[in-house]
Write a protein that binds this ligand. Structure first.
Ligand SMILES: [Zn+2]
Length: 224
């Protein structure tokens, strides 16, 4: 692996070659068909950001059956284990929601005001996607709640969203509080998970259970 791999710093947001501080590699060998052995590698690396001196623990899974170069492995198969940032599995979001959410992620540690605006835009996209198009954002979210697309547990959405908006509008005067921005991310994450991720996970579990019960049925039928 390259020593100075280019990564985005989870602290300051700079995309830059990171300094490798430490590395642990676990190799597992598996027999493969046609006489070739496959090597699996679990790589744990601690990188230091040359800009802010913050560090991240990076995990990469790699095996000899991947036909990609080193840089691509980091881009596609690596993930940050520390610092922990809660984020949604973006591949399950509709493309317009996903691109708005990714814009928010990109500027999370760079520009708080732009980040809040991007989060609001993400929620706007959710409303549009689910057919709520009339009124202010908090009214549209309330509509989704009434339709049962969002759960009643979300409480006073209007209040949260209005505070959201005020923060974005006065962003240049107010000293943004990181904790508040994190709360807004968590709130948006929960909405995305409830609307897009959870139904698909439920569907996956349902299919697994179905195929399992079909197997059991066919086994008990064959015994009769
Ligand atoms: Zn940094």
């Amino acid at each position: 692996m390259a020593e100075n791999i280019i990564l985005t710093c989870p602290h300051c947001g700079n995309k830059t070659p990171m300094k490798l501080l430490n590395k642990f590699e676990k190799v597992t060998k598996y027999p493969l068909k046609y006489g070739e052995g496959a090597h699996f590698k679990d790589i744990f690396e601690v990188f230091e950001c040359p800009v802010c001196k913050g560090f991240q623990l990076y995990y990469t899974h790699w095996d000899t059956t991947f036909y990609v170069n080193n840089d691509d492995i980091y881009k596609h198969y690596g993930r940050v284990l520390f610092p922990i940032t809660e984020k949604v599995f973006v591949f399950r979001l509709p493309s317009n929601v996903r691109s708005a959410y990714e814009s928010a992620l990109k500027v999370k540690n760079i520009d708080d005001t732009v980040c809040v605006i991007a989060l609001r835009r993400t929620l706007e996209m959710v409303c549009k996607d689910k057919g709520a198009v009339k009124g202010q954002l908090h009214q549209k979210l309330n509509q989704l709640q009434q339709q049962g697309i969002l759960p009643p547990l979300m409480g006073d959405i209007s209040r949260v969203i209005k505070d959201f908006g005020n923060m974005a509008a006065h962003g240049d005067q107010v000293n943004f509080n990181k904790t508040m921005l994190d709360s807004m991310f968590r709130f948006t994450n929960k909405i995305l998970e409830y609307v897009y991720i959870l139904p698909k996970q439920m569907e996956d579990v349902r299919q697994e259970l179905e195929s399992l019960s079909e197997e059991t049925d066919s086994q008990s039928n064959s015994k009769e």
